[in-house]
Design a protein around this ligand. Structure first.
Ligand code: FMN
Length: 156
């Protein structure tokens, strides 16, 4: 019998953390449904599951920071993933701020800051947030993680 879920899990996904700020509180979640969708203007798309805290916060604020994690940062991803509840971030994370004041994960490989310009996904369980890249930088050298490399999976 055919199995499209198995094929979808063979797609190449990266390991990212989305952060945003709500009422002065930093919030964040591990995500992998991420891709660049335009060069001019520079734009990316992120799929966030409807009904989750991070989905609601990004929809409310219309802005977020997307951080790229490296192959040796599976445990960092797990600490964020397991802290769970309401997209709260673990206390021990090294957080700075972008120029516009959004939470910046100092240990990431690189980051982009995004302003949401469009949404899609009326018929899907994740909503696609498409947004323009307004800032960003590389923090340090390293190998960007793929979910396959770090032995994690999502979706399918
Ligand atoms: C490897 C991995 C990849 C994930 N990718 C996504 C993603 O692309 N989109 C998403 O909405 N949640 C993703 N999640 C789930 C979120 O990290 C998080 O569990 C969810 O936002 C928690 O929601 P809740 O606590 O509000 O229920 C992923 C989790 C893991 C472990």
């Amino acid at each position: 019998m055919s199995n499209p879920s198995k094929a979808l899990r063979d797609f190449t996904y990266g390991l990212y953390v989305v952060t945003t700020e709500i009422n002065g509180e930093p919030k964040g979640a591990v995500v992998s449904f991420v891709t660049q969708v335009s060069s001019s203007p520079k734009a990316v798309a992120v799929g966030l599951r409807k009904g989750t805290a991070i989905h609601d916060f990004v929809r409310q604020t219309g802005k977020f920071v997307l951080h790229v994690l490296s192959v040796e940062q599976k445990s960092l991803a797990e600490s964020i993933y397991k802290s769970g509840q309401g997209a709260d971030l673990p206390q021990e994370l090294a957080l700075g701020k972008t120029e516009s004041g959004l939470p910046l994960l100092r240990d990431a490989l690189s980051w982009v800051e995004v302003r949401v310009t469009e949404e899609a996904g009326e018929k899907t369980d994740h909503r696609l947030f498409i947004g323009e890249v307004v800032d960003g930088d590389k923090i340090r050298d390293g190998k960007p993680a793929s979910l396959f490399d770090v032995g994690l999976s999502y979706g399918g």
